[in-house]
Design a protein around this ligand. Structure first.
Ligand code: NDP
Ligand code: OXD
Length: 306
């Protein structure tokens, strides 16, 4: 079995070494233009040339959860696209989102500013009931995040395409329920995949439907958010702030207004990192199952887009 590796912005050496250890029966090589045909590929944001030169691939194993960069390409006709299924990401996402929600709710940013000025200040405790949190996307990551937020007793709402039942979480489903979901939330967490349906979904109209002094946490994709609409709503006071991990252009350009905005916290697409060990164990297991003809989790539906 031949496995080709083509991952942008990834340290190739350790990945090849660990893939070879996990799949000793396979010939694992880094893709170069003109390389021979492989059976499976391990990929992250590969170029179109890679796809054009590998028409016989059976499996495209993405080393991330989001497959939007892959689905933009013309893919080998019979290749199945397989996304990472958690592989250590959901706990990281839960940590990140809980940290952002709690930092905002407890006003730790304001305390930090006071302490930096040598001020010993107290703020009136805020009511948890006034900070209902909404999680858009209740998949592998969103469900874990919603459950983690419940551990801190926040009222939690969730929104997904199909109906869900998650203990302690008020679940809304489908387009028809979107407005009532938004109207229920003061803090909005985005964990949707980027698809034609969800691109630009965080815009002036949708964000205006949130409760006043709303707070946005975008940890999914930069193209979900219309950046100027967020800036306008921060300016008007409808939005109190935002924590943003993903951006339309990454790295965030040096001149971008988000860097120094007093109401925006920026992190460099780091809310849930791909962990090499967990990811390789999962991908190796799936390749072997695939070769045996067994069903595997995380196969992407190209029509749905996730
Ligand atoms: P999943 O595919 O497991 O979950 C996606 C969820 O979104 C599902 O609940 C799905 O509904 C819902 N959904 C999809 N389309 C719609 C729609 N049109 N309307 C309402 N709900 C919709 O994905 P993951 O949880 O694994 O990951 C989510 C995203 O997080 C990834 O696609 C990626 O972009 C991002 N991500 C970001 C990272 C970072 O470091 N910033 C790291 C990892 C992922 P249903 O359940 O009904 O299908
Ligand atoms: C992912 C990501 O999709 O890192 O896994 O953004």
């Amino acid at each position: 079995m031949n496995i080709t590796f083509c991952c942008a912005n990834t340290r190739v050496g350790p990945w090849l070494a660990d893939l070879r250890l996990a799949l000793p029966q396979a010939n694992v090589t880094e893709w170069q233009p003109g390389a021979p045909q492989a059976d499976h590929a391990v990929v992250w944001a590969p170029p179109q040339q890679f796809m054009d030169e590998q028409p016989g691939l059976k499996g495209l194993f993405n080393i991330g959860a989001g497959v939007d960069a892959l689905l933009k390409l013309r893919l080998p006709p019979s290749a199945k696209v397989v996304r990472l299924d958690d592989a250590g990401m959901s706990v990281q996402m839960a940590e990140y989102v809980c940290h952002a929600v709690i930092r905002h709710f407890r006003e730790f940013d304001a305390y930090e500013a006071d302490v930096a000025q040598g001020r010993w200040s107290y703020r009136k405790p805020r009511l948890r009931a006034d900070f209902p949190v909404g999680v858009m996307g209740l998949g592998v990551l969103g469900e874990r995040v919603a459950q983690a937020l419940r551990q801190f007793d926040f009222p939690v709402h969730g929104w997904s395409r199909s109906p869900k039942a998650i203990d302690g979480v008020i679940c809304h489903a489908g387009h028809a329920a979107f407005d009532s979901f938004l109207a229920s939330c003061r803090v909005l967490v985005n964990l949707l995949p980027l698809t034609p349906e969800t691109r630009d979904i965080l815009n002036r109209d949708t964000l205006s439907r949130l409760r006043p002094e709303a707070y946005l946490i975008n940890v999914a994709r930069g193209d979900h958010l219309v950046e100027d609409d967020l800036l306008a709503l921060l300016e008007s006071g409808h939005m109190a702030g935002a924590t943003l991990d993903v951006f339309r252009t990454e790295p965030l350009p040096a001149q971008h207004g988000f860097w120094k905005h007093p109401k925006i916290t920026v992190t460099p697409h780091t809310s849930a990192r791909t962990l090499r060990e967990e990811s390789i164990a999962q991908i190796a297991g799936k390749i072997l199952a695939f070769e045996r003809g067994d069903p595997i989790a995380g196969v992407v539906d190209p029509v749905r887009g996730y």
